[in-house]
Write a protein that binds this ligand. Sequence first.
Ligand code: SF4
Length: 218
Amino acid sequence: MYRVKEAFYTLQGEGAQAGRAAVFCRFSKCNLWTGREKDRASAVCDFCDTDFVGTDGQNGGRFETADDLARHIRSLWPEAPGCPYVVCTGGEPLLQLDEALIDALHRAGFEVGVETNGTLPAPAGIDWLCVSPKADAPVVIEACDELKLVYPQPLAMPERFEHIRARHYFLSPMASPSLPATGDDPVKQSNTRKATDYCLAHPRWRLTLQMHKIIGID
Ligand code: SF4
């Protein structure tokens, strides 16, 4: 059984795949926060701005088999030229994503991307792995395609992750979880300046902005 909060067709907004059309499949649940506001202060990850609780979002639901979910995701991809791409996100997708689902998505014609907090081992077969460490949660993944760090996090500064092998190293300025995704956010503006300064001083790292929020899409 796979539990999906929501699934939708959009453009990837961040990182090395920014601008690419993708079906986002947001799995329910995370291992670093319950998703409930009453638990935020005591959560390992306390700045999350994503609703991943339950299965009641757009195109969300419970799917008995890997093929059921792969068919559902395929139904959200347009009949048009271009390589189908799915981004498995969450919540923490590696609580549910397994080789059976990756195989089913490949059979359905998809390249499979994953955005994980890196605290759980990744199954084989992922085509694009993005690791985004959170606070002091131990990261067990040692190699990925991109390391995308929300910045600044006092317990997760970039130096802690330099040993992780990645093709790309990104800093993503932290926003205020309490403010709407679009509009003025002085905290994010300040963090964008800090991230910019860090990248200028440490050119291995690149700045990535949340393009989908800038242009106002999901
Ligand atoms: S690890 Fe990701 S999904 Fe989980 S609480 Fe943190 S930001 Fe949200």
